[in-house]
Design a protein around this ligand. Structure first.
Ligand code: BJW
Ligand code: ZN
Length: 270
């Protein structure tokens, strides 16, 4: 356990060494992210000691039933989070994942996060499993809406076209994940040489089945998290700590290892 310490007395764990070696030789890498990756930007996580669901019950806010029962309560909660997210910035963990996209011949980023910070950081191959808080749509006619026009008004927005309620374009409990994003994520998980599960509690399905699928299909499974999760025992390596610290160090080590392999004429993928 532990992460790469780049200080004078570098302590590199066995798990980190094994992961760097796998990534140095990898062709197809998948990163699967959760709320922990955005925590260092100031986006609260869902579960755990500082999680937002210590204060709010998910079934009272993150479901269609909850929304139809009390649209203004649910909209207000999202409007608040939309404003918070608009005011914060990606952190070094997000930028390290942008770098990974440049380093590996094939790379996909699968995220459960709705905050759009991966795209804002510059990642391009992003599959969003749980939607995006910057988008909204009418529950009656499906018409899409951006945030700007809706956040200017104080009341719960209704669709000018048909009068239906407008909701955030996020996936609530009991709802299906966007089919195209899900299918692309399954294909990536099935193909990955290395699958990185980063900053997710791995308890929300079907997303949490992706690391297991990847491992079953032969991927080397690495977990990076501040705490142990239900996935930890299954993972081939576990790097415990903050993604904003571990990921930049990891990318730097992998880039160095790939460059050195190239200089020595060693093929980087097997
Ligand atoms: C750090 C760190 C740092 C902190 N560095 N690490 C039994 C009953 C009812 C339902 C079900 C059931 N069993 C299964 C279900 C289905 C349900 C489900 O899985 N429920 C479980 C919770 C039990 N799933 C669904 O309903 C899904 N749909 C579905 O299954 O459709 C089929 C179906 C159709 C009809 C009927 C039934 C089924 C949809 C799931 C949608 C999830 N949506 C949310 C809300 C999005 C909108 C919003 O934000 O408001 O998505 S829930 C919430 O959890 C959000 C997240 O994407 C998701 C995952 O959370 P994540 O990212 O893992 O965050 P945390 O907070 O849990 O963890 C953070 C981690 O980071 C921790 O481990 C920390 O240690 C770590 N960390 N700082 C590194 N700096
Ligand atoms: Zn409408």
């Amino acid at each position: 356990m532990g992460h790469v310490d780049t200080g004078a007395t570098a302590v590199i764990s066995d798990d980190t060494r094994r992961l760097v070696a796998r990534l140095a030789a990898a062709d197809w890498v998948v990163a699967f992210t959760g709320a922990g990756v955005s925590a260092e930007s100031g986006v609260p996580t869902f579960r755990g000691t500082d999680g937002i669901w210590k204060k709010f019950k998910p079934e009272e806010l993150a479901s269609m039933d909850a929304f139809m029962r009390n649209p203004s309560l649910v909209w207000e909660w999202y409007a608040h989070r939309k404003r918070v997210i608009a005011g914060i910035q990606p952190n070094p963990g997000h930028y390290a994942l942008v770098r990974m996209e440049e380093v590996f011949p094939r790379f996909a980023l699968i995220t459960q996060n709705i905050d759009n910070l991966h795209r804002r950081a510059g990642s391009r191959s992003v599959h969003e499993l749980h939607g995006n808080i910057e988008r909204n749509y009418c529950v009656s006619c499906g018409k899409p809406y951006g945030n700007e026009e809706l956040l200017r008004q104080s009341e719960t927005p209704k669709c000018p076209a048909c009068g239906g309620w407008i909701r955030p374009d996020v996936v609530w409990f009991g709802e299906l994940l966007p089919e195209d994003q899900w299918n692309a994520s399954v294909r990536a998980a099935e193909s990955a040489d290395v699958f990185l599960s980063i900053g997710t509690s791995n308890v929300v399905y079907p997303a949490a089945s992706l690391p297991l699928l990847a491992k079953r299909r032969g991927a080397f499974l690495a977990e990076i998290n501040a705490e142990v999760t239900p996935l930890t025992d299954t993972a081939d390596v576990f790097l415990q700590g903050s993604s904003g610290v571990i990921l930049p160090d990891l990318v730097a080590s992998v880039v160095a290892a790939r460059e050195s392999a190239e200089r020595q004429g060693t093929p980087t993928h097997t």
